[in-house]
Design a protein around this ligand. Structure first.
Ligand code: 6R9
Length: 651
């Protein structure tokens, strides 16, 4: 059966009263692309503006003068939209349900009134530490409510937050602190996850050795574990929050003022600081959250991502809270204390919308359906996936065992750069096909381009690379401190388009199938990583002369990391050295970057100009060495035979 011929799954019964029906989708999509000013002019009103906007869209994708602005003369504050405006009607409604790592510890229900109190206090603490409008604040936190307070406190005073995933190493943290010139880091003592603890504060201590002496460190004493303490630099933030006023006037911000920076991996060099705006981003996060999850007042929404990734920004914090929702924050992992944890939490909190990654579904699928069947999942109404293509087997398992065939699955394709969902199903409005992200969201104009010529592939049943022809409000605005890099990365290769870096197929029904990255970015368990980052970590080791890293298909992670390593002259390969390199990469970048397979490579296949032929390395890593294509341009074709002979992946 070819993928194109996959039959559509009809919209399940019970979605007749969904927010959007099929006819609404067609009508609204049509207007959103033919008259974006009218469409988004109306949608922008879902936020409260201090001064309304008069201009809606102002965007130019022309290489050399790329400029993206939405609602540019509007004034608003993101924290007001996520908190204050809900207080008259929702003060006692739960804003955040915090489910701790330890299943026996009590969950916390934080009301909008309490959220307001905490965010105002934390904002006052930031002010007292000298943080001003436009200053950068790095957040390096576990999945605890204080992470959300920190984001919103920054937004309240107009500071720009940059969250660094708590699984990243001190080096990665230091690089990000330095790149954005942060004035302050907010962290916690330790982070419990899956019964183990990560020493966040001591990681921050190690990072700060490489940063300016002026960077302060605000510490949330979460577990009470002992940490080192540097008087004058380290601040007990919870204690200070008790001392300051619970009232901090929100700073009026321009719609185009940055709300946050989030670093993400690209195909080359160091991670890019993706900059998102206040107005356009928030409109887009709120709107996609409402429509794509069919979110209705009173629903309990759970996105299992970490706030360190864009998914956590848009669908744990900003989207849900802008909509006055109840959002679940989960500190733990899907498989601890057992493989039933996700479903236990869904049952316990009567979750209505559940949003997770294919890698989690695959790993739980492997544990058997009995873990799901133990729990009452009748509250679930909509299921979502994000992060990588979902294989049809996992989709069908999710649909059958978790959704019991009653819950539409929204497979949401989007990126850190896009701010919110771009190609996705909508419950009640769009039918689904297992493995397809289906159709574009409002205002999104996807085009399939020929990878070589850049020509538009018109009609259905076409394949190529995915580009977007028009701006949408959630689009990133620039790379922090490097607008040139922004233009070169996204607008140079296919002039006039935003280039996504993904390959894609549009099937006979006009449905989109994302086929994965076409650049040197790999996707490990839904986490983006540049192969260049792992390579530069490896070559930083004294025994490594050269390294080339590629992705290969991995049953659970989607893609695994395959590293070809050439050792320095005279260094003998050994299993101990392999272990040492694995630990080295973990320390340099973080646990998610640890190579799954390391192959010793006396030589790497290179062109005569010295360029590593990754295409060949990818094939060997995929155990598909029969079809290497033309290798005649190689400087030394013989190295290929050696690599094939000693390949590590023989499945
Ligand atoms: C939100 C997020 C973006 C890359 C993207 C693509 C892959 C994300 C997907 C998907 C197929 C989906 N991706 N969602 N591929 N189907 N539903 O994941 O952002 O970390 O920046 O990654 O992830 O390759 O280009 P980010």
């Amino acid at each position: 059966m070819s993928v194109e011929s996959t039959a559509k799954h009809p919209i399940p019964a019970g979605f007749e009263d969904a927010l959007l029906k099929p006819a609404d989708y067609s009508r609204m999509y049509e207007e959103s692309v033919s008259d974006p000013d009218a469409f988004w002019g109306r949608e922008g009103k879902r936020l409260d503006w201090i001064h309304p906007y008069s201009v809606v869209k102002n965007a130019d994708f022309t290489m050399g003068k790329v400029s993206i602005k939405w609602f540019e003369d509007g004034i608003l504050n993101a924290s007001v939209n996520c908190i204050d405006r809900h207080l008259p009607t929702r003060a006692n409604q739960t804003a955040i349900i915090f489910e701790p790592d330890d299943p026996n510890a009590p969950a916390r229900h934080i009301t909008y009134a309490e959220l307001s109190d905490k965010v105002n206090r934390l904002a006052n603490v930031l002010l007292s530490q000298g943080v001003m409008r436009g200053d950068r604040v790095v957040i390096y936190m576990p999945m605890i409510p204080e992470a959300a307070y920190a984001m919103l406190a920054c937004a309240r005073i107009g500071a720009i937050h940059s969250i660094v995933f708590a699984g990243f190493s001190p080096d990665a943290l230091a690089n990000r602190i330095n790149d954005c010139g942060a004035k302050l880091v907010i962290t916690a003592d330790t982070a419990p996850r899956g019964g183990r603890r990560t020493a966040l504060k001591s990681n921050a201590d190690a990072a700060l050795l490489h940063c300016s002496d002026r960077v302060r460190c605000l510490v949330v004493k979460h577990t009470g574990d002992q940490t080192t303490w540097i008087d004058g630099r380290d601040v007990d933030v919870l204690r200070l929050m008790d001392e300051v006023s619970p009232d901090c006037p929100p700073r009026p911000m321009n719609a185009e003022d940055p709300l946050f920076i989030l670093y993400t991996s690209g195909s080359t060099g160091k991670p890019k600081g993706v900059v998102h705006s206040t107005g356009g981003y928030l409109v887009y996060a709120a709107m996609t959250h409402q429509y794509v999850f069919d979110y209705k007042d009173g629903d309990i929404f759970w996105c299992t991502a970490d706030v360190g990734w864009v998914t956590g920004h848009s669908y744990i914090v900003y989207g849900p809270l802008a909509n006055g929702a109840t959002t679940v924050m989960f500190e733990g992992v899907p498989t601890w204390p057992d493989a039933g944890r996700f479903w236990a939490v869904c049952d316990k909190h009567k979750v209505n919308q559940f949003y997770t990654a294919p890698t989690a579904i695959r790993s739980l699928m492997g544990q058997g359906p009995e873990w799901v069947d133990k729990y009452d999942l009748s509250s679930l109404r909509v299921l979502g996936t994000v992060g990588e293509p979902i294989n049809p087997e996992a989709w069908v398992w999710y649909d059958h065992h978790v959704g019991k065939g009653r819950c539409p699955i929204v497979d949401t394709w989007w990126q850190t750069e896009t701010g919110g969902h771009m190609i996705t199903s909508i419950p009640g409005a769009i039918e689904t096909k297992p493995g397809s992200a289906t159709l574009p969201f409002f205002g999104v104009s996807p085009e399939v381009l020929d990878a070589q010529t850049g020509e538009i592939q018109k009609g259905n049943g076409v394949e190529g690379v995915l580009a977007i022809a028009e701006s949408w409000p959630g689009q990133m605005r620039t790379v922090w401190g490097d607008h040139q890099r922004f233009m070169e990365t996204y607008f140079q290769q296919y002039p006039g388009y935003y280039f996504t870096g993904d390959g894609c197929r549009r099937d006979e029904d006009g449905f989109y199938w994302i086929t994965g990255r076409v650049d040197d970015v790999i996707n490990v368990s839904g986490h983006r990583m540049g192969t260049a980052e792992v390579e530069s970590a490896l070559v930083a080791h004294e025994k490594v002369a050269e390294a080339a890293v590629v992705g290969y298909p991995h049953q659970l992670k989607g893609q695994g990391i395959y590293a070809y390593v050439t050792l320095m002259n005279g260094v003998e390969p050994s299993d101990d050295l392999r272990k040492e390199l694995e630990i080295w990469v973990r320390t340099e970048i973080g646990p998610i970057a640890k190579p799954d397979l390391i192959q010793w490579a006396p030589g790497l296949p290179k062109t005569r100009s010295g360029k590593i032929m990754r295409r060949i390395l990818r094939k060997i890593a995929e155990n598909d060495y029969g079809s290497l294509g033309d290798i005649s341009t190689l400087a030394e074709p013989a190295v290929v035979d050696e690599l094939i002979e000693n390949r590590m992946n023989r499945i």
